[in-house]
Ligand binder design. Structure first.
Ligand code: PLP
Length: 219
């Protein structure tokens, strides 16, 4: 299948209210430009260096999402242009994003990344930490960030029941926090599990290989 066919096949599986973040990590700017030309505007990268190298070579109305683990000392390189940091997994990181956003005189959107996988390998906040951080923000801390939602990654498994359990868990937390302050974005689901995520209430999905093809190296 061509890049266009793959992209369209993914789009066809997304109800109209679902945001697609096209995960372009490891893929060259030429391919990203093609997907941009098909109409896609939201792209995700998981490494600061790669994002910083690619962004200036591509149209400046792309909304860049940082989706991978972010080290505090690298926030300064993306603060000026990143649209959303999806992978906030500590208060210190949130504090640094706030600090750098203030320097740039802007507000950066962030998602709190919650640990939902039963396997113990992924980054993310515990539920209690998520609630505490959200409350601190509601009380007026970190004024240069806007917490717009939650992000989570399910366990890498063929066990669909387990994936559903993990996504549904995050959806319940999302609904609970939304009672305090309306949240827009529940980011769950990748190439292998996005239809399940949508079924469980995701309204934003991060899809890489189903659009761009397999990555030639792991990242
Ligand atoms: C790579 C990545 C994705 C996309 O993965 P695919 O399986 O290629 O769709 C989504 N989310 C995060 C956090 C990633 O690092």
């Amino acid at each position: 299948m061509s890049l266009k066919e793959q992209y369209e096949e993914v789009l066809q599986q997304l109800p109209s209210h679902i945001q697609l973040v096209a995960v372009s990590k490891t893929h060259p700017v030429e391919k990203i430009q093609q997907v941009y030309d098909f109409g896609q505007r939201v792209f995700g990268e998981n490494k600061v260096q790669e994002l910083v190298e690619k962004a200036p070579l591509l149209p400046n109305d792309i909304q860049w999402h940082l989706i991978g683990h972010l080290q505090r000392n690298k926030v300064k390189y993306i603060a000026e242009f990143v649209d959303t940091v999806q992978s906030v997994d500590s208060e210190k990181l949130l504090d640094e994003i706030n600090r750098q956003a203030k320097k740039c005189n802007r507000k950066i959107k962030v998602l709190l990344q919650v640990k939902i996988a039963e396997e113990d390998t992924k980054f993310g906040l515990e539920v209690s930490e998520t609630k505490e951080l959200f409350l601190k923000w509601l009380q007026g801390n970190f004024p240069n960030v806007e917490i717009t939602g939650l992000m989570g990654m399910a366990t890498f498994t063929d066990n669909e029941a387990q994936i559903r359990r993990e996504f549904s868990f995050l959806k319940r937390l999302f609904d609970q926090l939304s009672l305090q302050h309306r949240l827009q974005t529940l980011s769950m689901g990748m190439s292998g599990d996005f239809p399940i995520a949508i079924d469980c209430g995701a309204n934003s999905v991060r899809v890489g290989s189903a659009i761009f093809g397999e990555r030639s190296y792991t990242n």
